[in-house]
Design a protein around this ligand. Structure first.
Ligand code: NAP
Length: 323
């Protein structure tokens, strides 16, 4: 089978199409013929080598989120799954391939009305948006800011916050054109990456932050009393080391700062929420934002587009012969 491996950390040119023997599932796993593979912001971070200290090595096959058909199952897995179309989470990698082994406990049945491309756009990002807002104790009537709203996680957070009754859904983004697209998804206020602009909101109850980076602490001052900031991504890099001191400087506002990773959510809870997100999309309550479908072999082009900041929503890779 064809797969995409990181042959050398760094630029997208380090990604190579390779031939591998078809994998076989171990106990508790299933083998999936992929129809769609989501390209996430984290994939570019791993490709650059920035997560080598987390055990990602050259030779790694990227890709966490896939959808396709179950080909075979390993021991201790219900054989009736064979032939079913599913969404699945491969975890640390292995998804950029024509076939991928995934834990059976991650599978969510794919409703007939959801395409594989839509599924890999809604599933993981939507779960982070849902549980991230929950982690922030978001309540209807509160003002929300989504930092880094134009990516996969952001477009889902904007939609969920709007649908769940936020009094304001502000977004940071890099262009007016993106701002208009985010308004169409439910954003009420559009500000620049620094959080400034004519449309700025006086204070936020909740900030869902996909960016972090050096400017993160400047957002503490924009939180209302009892405001909560939850960092769900670090596309802008790590914050300055003294950010805790800057948080303490606003002590009298009783602010809360947290990180959130979907890894801490039990698989069963994630499956329920992802199935609900698919249902919401079928009912027209949630839009999947597929930036572009590209052949699996063009994964390097997908990464160049990500690096150039061109992508709104998600790029989806499609193996030849699929969908
Ligand atoms: N919490 C979890 O469970 C979880 C799960 C999966 C992934 N992640 C993390 O989420 C992140 C990827 O999310 P994603 O795919 O939604 O993001 P993404 O598409 O890579 O980026 C989101 C947006 O952030 C803006 N941006 C990019 N670089 C920026 C910078 N230096 N400063 C300010 N804004 C910047 C861009 O929009 P504009 O150009 O419009 O500003 C971009 O569209 C990664 O850090 C990954 O590790 C977290």
């Amino acid at each position: 089978m064809k797969a995409i491996a990181i042959q050398a950390f760094g630029s997208p040119e380090g990604l190579a199409v390779i031939d591998l023997p078809d994998p076989s599932p171990g106990s508790g796993q299933v083998l999936i013929a992929t129809e769609a593979i989501g390209v996430g912001g984290v994939d570019t971070v791993i490709r650059r080598g920035a997560l080598a200290s987390y055990g990602f090595r050259e030779g790694h096959i990227l890709g966490g989120e896939i959808a396709g058909t179950v080909l075979t199952v390993g021991q201790c897995v219900d054989a009736s799954l064979i032939g079913r179309r599913v969404w699945a989470f491969a975890g640390r990698g292995g998804g950029y391939a024509e076939q991928a082994v995934v834990p059976a406990e991650t599978l969510v049945p794919l409703p007939a009305d959801i395409s594989a491309a839509d599924a890999v756009t809604l599933g993981s990002s939507g779960a982070v948006a849902h549980f991230g807002l929950g982690h922030a104790h978001f309540a209807p009537g509160e003002a929300v800011l989504v930092r880094g709203a134009a990516g996969g996680i952001g477009v889902m957070t904007v939609q969920l916050a709007a649908r769940r009754g936020a009094s304001a859904v502000a977004v940071t983004t890099s262009s007016a054109e993106r701002g208009e697209r985010l308004r169409a998804l439910g954003a009420t206020h559009v500000v620049d990456r620094a959080g400034e602009g004519p449309d700025v909101v006086a204070g936020y109850d909740v900030i869902i932050d996909v960016v972090a980076g050096p400017h993160m602490p400047s957002y503490f001052a924009r939180l209302n009393p009892n405001g909560r900031m939850v960092v769900v991504g670090v596309v802008g890099g790590y914050p300055p080391a003294d950010f805790g001191a800057q948080l303490l400087a606003a002590f009298q506002k009783s602010l809360s700062f947290a990180t959130f990773s979907a890894d801490t959510v039990p698989q069963a809870d994630r499956r329920v929420v992802i199935a609900e997100l698919f249902g919401a999309a079928i009912r027209g309550e949630l839009r999947s934002i597929v930036h572009e479908r590209l052949p699996l072999e063009q994964a390097a082009l997908a990464h160049r587009k990500m690096d150039a900041g061109e992508v709104f929503g998600r790029i989806v890779l499609v193996p030849s012969g699929a969908g």
